[in-house]
Design a binder for this molecule. Structure first.
Ligand code: 6R9
Length: 583
């Protein structure tokens, strides 16, 4: 723990949306947060109305909602009115195809404008939106579409051919595939652009019950298939208030969230929260690039910036001079999420930008920010900050009848949140048992280990499971192992995360070969190639090592933990259940 504290200046504190954290905590009510939104009669609402059309009613339809920067650097602006009309067209288009309320609309797209209008139009039509990463290969795409029962997929011709075509007929519920770059002549694919042009511009937004499903976001566990976290329309209450008090968003902000909507950060804070708060949001189609990023921050006069530790570490590596040579005087708040943010990175940013990155913590399951460093609160570098007003967070440990709170400062235990905030997932799709196991004595158990200090700041310690976090993305070892098992040479496989200076962790696989196969560089590259084809570059292992056998428990479970301890030269811990272990 670093003792240095970054103090906030009084003139900064006064200008924030939440100048007094303790007062906000004492006075906070979710009902008051609900009242900040527009709502429909009879307690109904719709996320897309709150995000877009409410601003038209308030006379702000002409404000720029989305400034899209294409890979080639060209810009395109969309006002709130533009997005309203385009999402209306998309909703009408769904209706014209016979798509009903509750149907599941999936996207497999890069960060292009169609992704944003499809998300909003889907919500307007009362359908469920499920965004997928365009860097996924066919395996993760197929399992996600199968589990969620996808009815419509919006994608590009290339992504369809490469990742979907081969299994299209295995998905009986999939009715329509809309191609954003289609010419209408492909077998069974529809041309989104033509359909959009033909669709009506007016649409009566579906009034949804607060508990109606709005979004489906997949996340990974240690075992089994990916889990589909179900989120409801009322989640927008939490998106809105966290945008306001954790990211300090205001209508005159130029806000840039660098996350892709395939990750929940890119939906909650890359679509919903910024729009409900009426900002101008920057979307960059291109991937990370140091110079491009600094150029965007300067040229677009970004005021609030939300990014992730892997990117911050890469910026740090590129050096402070690049920052100092630009005019970044418009920046007033910077935040980070997704993995531990090293204290060095916080101090570096405070020295280099004149303000620190504000780390915050949350999960796909929590739907929105739960613990954060706020604009008005002093920052302890390395800490995730303090619970959101309205959220009770605690450190708990197992007890005879469930869990009990550890109140001793700096006691390590599982990070838990008192259940019952609006953006909490309402279930893992088709997996009630897995969902129920997340709760005990009214606490939601996060699966993360953490501690709280005597000032109420929370500190991340580690994960309590084997899930890997690489460049901010959760990767389930089982998903990677399953893909490698499909290779003819593989008898057994175990996948773990290895610490990496930049990406936090990288995926490494240990493979035992079937008889007749010989370990070697060619086979190693072949296995990596196989995994990349199946899983996509974001999920595939970066490294593969061969073993004669993998360490297993007597019940036959591969001990990933032991492999990891050996790999890192750490104590092997309790190996009493270890069975075969010939290396
Ligand atoms: C939003 C998001 C959730 C997991 C979470 C934890 C890790 C997130 C963190 C952090 C340390 C932070 N995590 N924020 N670890 N410090 N500030 O990331 O959702 O992809 O579901 O991941 O990410 O392990 O449990 P998701």
């Amino acid at each position: 723990m670093i003792n240095k504290i970054i103090h906030k200046q009084l003139n900064v504190i006064r200008q924030t949306n939440m100048p007094d954290y303790d007062r906000e905590v004492a006075g906070f009510s979710w009902d008051a947060a609900r009242a900040l939104l527009g709502w429909f009669p009879d307690g109904k609402l719709n996320i897309a109305y709150e995000a877009i059309d409410r601003h038209l009613q308030n006379g702000n339809g002409g404000n720029v909602a989305l400034r899209w920067i294409a890979k080639d650097g060209s810009r395109k602006d969309f006002t709130y009115r533009d997005l309203s009309e385009m999402s209306n067209r998309f909703a009408n288009l769904l209706r014209s195809l016979g798509i009903k309320k509750g149907d599941r609309i999936y996207s497999l797209l890069g960060r292009v404008p169609e992704l944003y209008t499809a998300a909003l139009g889907t919500l307007k039509a009362g359908c469920v939106f499920c965004p997928m990463f365009s860097a996924f290969g066919p395996e993760p795409i197929k399992s996600r579409m199968e589990i969620g029962g996808a009815n419509v997929l919006i994608t590009t011709r290339k992504l369809y051919k490469r990742n979907v075509e081969a299994f299209r007929n295995d998905l009986p519920e999939l009715k329509e595939i809309l191609i954003i770059d289609g010419d209408g002549s492909d077998g069974g694919l529809r041309n989104l652009t033509a359909l959009m042009a033909a669709a009506e511009e007016d649409f009566r937004i579906e009034a949804m019950a607060p508990e109606d499903t709005a979004l489906l976001h997949f996340t990974s566990g240690t075992t089994g298939k990916p889990k589909g976290a179900v989120h409801v329309h009322e989640a927008v209450v939490a998106h809105h208030i966290t945008g306001r008090i954790a990211l300090d968003l205001r209508p005159d902000d130029i806000y840039w969230c660098t996350a892709d909507p395939g990750w929940i950060t890119g939906t909650s804070y890359g679509i919903i929260a910024p729009f409900t708060n009426g900002v101008t949001m920057i979307v960059d189609e291109a991937e990370f690039d140091v110079n491009r990023w600094y150029q965007i921050l300067a040229e677009e006069r970004v005021t609030v910036w939300y990014t992730a530790p892997t990117a911050i570490r890469m910026l740090m590596k590129a050096g402070s001079d690049l920052v100092k040579s630009r005019d970044l005087s418009h920046l007033r708040f910077m935040a980070s999420v997704g993995e531990p943010l090293n204290p060095e990175a916080v101090i570096w940013s405070a020295d280099t930008f004149g303000m620190p990155f504000h780390d915050n913590w949350w999960q796909t399951e929590t739907g929105g920010i739960m613990i954060a460093n706020y604009a008005s609160v002093d920052v302890k570098p390395g800490s995730m900050g303090k619970p959101l007003p309205g959220i009770r967070a605690a450190i708990v440990e197992k007890s005879d009848n469930g869990v009990r709170e550890i109140t001793k400062p700096l006691g390590i235990g599982e990070l838990a949140l008192q259940a019952g905030w609006p953006s909490m997932m309402r279930g893992y799709l088709h997996e009630d048992e897995r969902y129920r196991k997340c709760f005990s004595n009214g606490w939601y158990l996060s699966g993360d280990l953490a501690m709280r200090d005597s000032d109420g700041y929370f500190w991340f310690v580690g994960r309590s499971d084997d899930v890997i976090k690489s460049a901010g993305h959760l990767i389930g070892p089982f998903e990677v192992e399953s893909a490698l098992m499909e290779h003819a040479a593989v008898a057994e496989v175990a996948v773990i995360g290895i610490p990496d200076e930049t990406a936090g962790e990288i995926v490494k696989a240990f493979v035992a070969l079937k008889p007749g196969y010989v370990p070697g560089e060619d086979l190693r590259l072949d296995l990596i190639g196989h995994a990349r084809k199946r899983l996509g570059p974001a999920v595939a292992p970066k490294d593969i090592a061969f073993r004669k056998n993998l360490p297993k428990t007597r019940s036959g479970k591969i001990m990933r933990r032991l492999l990891k301890a050996r790999e890192l030269g750490l104590p092997e811990g309790d190996i009493s259940t270890l069975e075969s272990d010939e290396q």
